[in-house]
Write a protein that binds this ligand. Structure first.
Ligand SMILES: NC(=O)c1ccc[n+]([C@@H]2O[C@H](COP(=O)([O-])OP(=O)(O)OC[C@H]3O[C@@H](n4cnc5c(N)ncnc54)[C@H](OP(=O)(O)O)[C@@H]3O)[C@@H](O)[C@H]2O)c1
Length: 244
């Protein structure tokens, strides 16, 4: 049996376990399992790694950074952004990858137009790091919007995001949890009335499918995308890495 899984805490409703279990059934893959490993402490990973049948695993909140200490090798992206969400195990050696980067890029570019050359990235957490890496690769100029602008940085506070700022920045990416189930009435504080059909709003949240952030954009004709496709693309990229 080849074993895979997800580590994180808490793992209340994991997309990945359902996704891979259904994938194995659909594709007639009978020699693989995908389990949730809900670990209150990252130190408990040692017990999970003791399973000789474990071939790889995904990593979610809050261990995308902490797991770096367990890696024997990091790919270029993980080394650069310091966040890992996919690990391949070969003869006891762990190699770290970041498939959020691949998932986000492939999903983003589907609606990207040449005029989406300036972006705002809302939030500065782990997912924002993957988003920033992709924007740099694509040559898109971005500014981080945060509750706590970092001294000496170009960060903006939410108060600084005016209609004039939105006239320039036509790509807005939400990497904050604002609006995620069950807090569906929340959204990042922005001057939404300044949005136009030239704007592209991408929300990493996938539950609900249409957050208030996306609905406000949609109402003014903006192009919108949620995090669902990104989630599927990052899962499939993990599968490719484990089987390459
Ligand atoms: N679709 C996918 O495949 C996918 C993949 C990864 C993550 N995600 C989603 O992306 C989101 C972020 O994940 P993450 O791992 O980056 O989480 P995280 O590390 O907790 O970071 C989220 C960031 O959001 C900001 N934030 C948090 N609470 C806020 C609040 N009440 N008001 C305003 N800003 C707030 C913070 O930035 P500041 O302190 O700078 O304001 C924080 O650093 C989650 O909803 C997650 O489910 C989706």
């Amino acid at each position: 049996m080849r074993r895979y899984g997800l580590i994180g805490y808490p793992l209340t409703h994991s997309f990945s376990q359902k996704y891979f279990t259904e994938k194995f059934e659909r594709e007639g893959i009978t020699d693989c399992t995908y389990s949730n490993f809900s670990l209150p402490q990252i130190g408990e990973l040692t017990g999970v790694l003791a399973d000789p049948e474990l071939r790889g695993f995904n990593v979610t909140i809050p261990y995308k950074r902490a797991v770096l200490d367990y890696l024997h090798h990091k790919n270029e992206v993980v080394a650069a952004i310091g966040a890992c969400n996919c690990i391949r195990i070969e003869e006891g050696r762990l190699t770290g990858y970041n498939t959020d980067v691949v998932g986000f890029e492939r999903s983003l570019v589907r609606h990207l137009a040449p005029h989406h050359s300036r972006a705002l990235v809302l939030g500065t957490g782990g997912a924002a790091k993957a988003v920033e890496w992709v924007l740099q690769r694509l040559g898109i100029v971005y500014v981080s919007v945060t509750r706590r602008p970092r001294p000496g940085s170009a960060d903006m506070s939410y108060e600084q995001v005016t209609a004039e700022v939105l006239a320039e920045a036509t790509l807005i990416i939400n990497t904050t949890p604002l609006g995620m189930h069950p807090h569906t009435e929340e959204c990042p504080p922005l001057p939404y009335e300044a949005l136009t059909p030239r704007h592209y709003l991408f929300d990493l949240i996938y539950n609900p499918a249409r957050t208030l952030f996306l609905r406000k954009g949609e109402a003014l004709g903006a192009v919108v995308e949620n995090g669902h496709e990104m989630l599927i693309l990052q899962a499939e990229e993990s599968w490719k890495i484990w089987n390459s």
